[in-house]
Design a protein around this ligand. Structure first.
Ligand SMILES: Nc1nc2c(c(=O)[nH]1)N=C([C@H](O)[C@@H](O)CO)CN2
Length: 121
């Protein structure tokens, strides 16, 4: 199994459980591991044969703009479902960090793993 990576992707969204958080946008920082088989793309040198990390990053930025969840859990779960459906991703690991939410921590957040991990061949 191979992975396409997106690391430290910053997106701005309305997110938070407190009243003051409903009136501002805050930055989330995302890490993604996306399972795929890179061999067809490597053999053909064709972007259409792989997961386009630029297109996926753009979709994530749009998703963040479109939604205003309270919890990072909801953001992560709904984003994972959207990406899996729209890009045909069999398995992914997604970390959503909310920097600055807890002053004493560099970041807080969640990691989720969804789907069936393909066998290595
Ligand atoms: N497990 C979670 N805990 C908390 C969340 C969250 O989304 N998931 N959110 C908050 C507040 O919005 C906080 O980020 C404001 O600083 C508190 N705990």
């Amino acid at each position: 199994m191979d992975l396409v990576l997106i690391e430290s992707l910053g997106v701005d969204t309305v997110i938070g459980v407190y009243d003051w958080e409903r009136t501002i946008t805050q930055r989330l920082v995302l890490d993604l591991e996306l399972a795929t088989d890179i061999r067809p793309a490597a053999a053909s040198d064709d972007i259409a044969q792989t997961l386009d990390y630029a297109a996926i990053s753009q979709r994530i930025a749009g998703f963040a703009t479109e939604h205003a969840f309270a919890l990072v859990e909801t953001f992560a779960e709904r984003l994972a479902t959207t990406l899996r459906e729209e890009f045909g991703i069999a398995w992914l690991r997604l970390t959503v960090r909310k920097p600055g939410a807890v002053a004493a921590a560099a970041a807080v957040g969640v990691t989720i793993v969804r789907g069936t991990r393909p066998e290595a061949t």
